[in-house]
Design a protein around this ligand. Sequence first.
Ligand code: SAH
Length: 219
Amino acid sequence: MTFHVVTLFPGAFDSYLGESILKRAIEDKKVKVKLYNPRDFAEDKWDRIDRKAYGGGPGMVIQAAPVARAIEKAVKAAKGRGTKKPHIKIVFFSPSGVQFDTSYAKSAAKKYDHIIFVCGRYEGIDARVKKMFKMEDVSVGPYVLTGGELPAMVMIDCIARQVEGVLGSFDSREEERVASPDVYTRPEIVAYKGKKYRVPKILLSGNHAEIEKWRGGQK
Ligand code: SAH
């Protein structure tokens, strides 16, 4: 699975993708992340690519052409030189798009070899870009962020979990088993400010059927 991210702020990705499970997944080549900055596709490298909105209103709008060229580059990279036609999906981030969730992640991991994320900033990207490519408006939740970078990382994180070999064992995906929101590890008794906190007895019983039942009831 290769994730292509069109973003004005590629530096935002380094810290998160450079840690823990995603870092290892990238090192092990289970997933790949490629970044494209529309600024590099501006006609004039020193000219700004955010402009005032037609019709007025606060905030700047990112110009269509540099973003379109960045997407085109990503599409070309995805198609590669091979003869096999890869399955490519383009996601256009928008707080009013379809809600991303685990089932979206699962089907995306199954269906696509390449996912291209188009991250907006400021007031967003000139909507004509949506006429140039077949894209889906996707939201990561009912709130407005300052940019599409966190949404891209949320989707990369969640979809990568669904790629075989990314988690230690495929069964680690809690979507596939009974997982409880409350989990416990050693020691059995934790002392804090004079009080003792114990692990629920059932978890020490060794009775797996009962444990599963208990976990299922924790939601
Ligand atoms: N005026 C725009 C909001 C711009 S927010 C509107 O009402 O649609 C700036 C950018 O952040 C958006 O273009 C989008 O790429 C991203 N973004 C903000 N909140 C998001 C969310 N909940 N899900 C996905 N992307 C989001």
